[in-house]
Design a protein around this ligand. Structure first.
Ligand SMILES: [Zn+2]
Length: 126
């Protein structure tokens, strides 16, 4: 979700339902090229000092070492071409050990702005 163009395309494809993947920061995602690209792009931006906020506690993550997990979201269609990425910090992921439900609840608030009335349908990423 970086440019206005991508955001528009995402909106267009998301017809209400979203697929989400909660993955560890070290998950190679090699069976999901779209998610892999989205995650790489997200990390590239981290390294360009474009800091990201943890979706659950709001802490700023200024490098990959502060990131615990990613919540990747695609529209629930056969061949999605866009994916959004939400970061969860190490503290929330490893120490507070937040449940998928807790993370999704927060992420839903964020995604409401992108996809009004969007809902989650959790997927196993493996
Ligand atoms: Zn956090």
């Amino acid at each position: 979700m970086s440019t206005r163009h991508e955001r528009r395309r995402f909106r267009h494809e998301a017809s209400g339902a979203l697929l989400t993947y909660l993955v560890d920061v070290d998950d190679p995602l090699d069976v999901h090229p779209l998610l892999q690209r989205a995650a790489r792009y997200w990390f590239d931006c981290l390294s360009k000092a474009q800091h990201r906020e943890c979706v659950t506690c709001g802490v700023w993550m200024s490098g990959k070492k502060y990131v615990g997990a990613l919540l990747l979201t695609t529209p629930a269609i056969i061949k999605p071409t866009t994916a959004s990425v939400i970061g969860i910090c190490r503290e929330c992921w490893l120490v507070r050990d937040l449940s998928l439900e807790a993370i999704e609840r927060k992420a839903t608030e964020v995604l409401q702005a992108v996809v009004p009335n969007g809902r989650f349908e959790p997927q196993d990423s493996r």
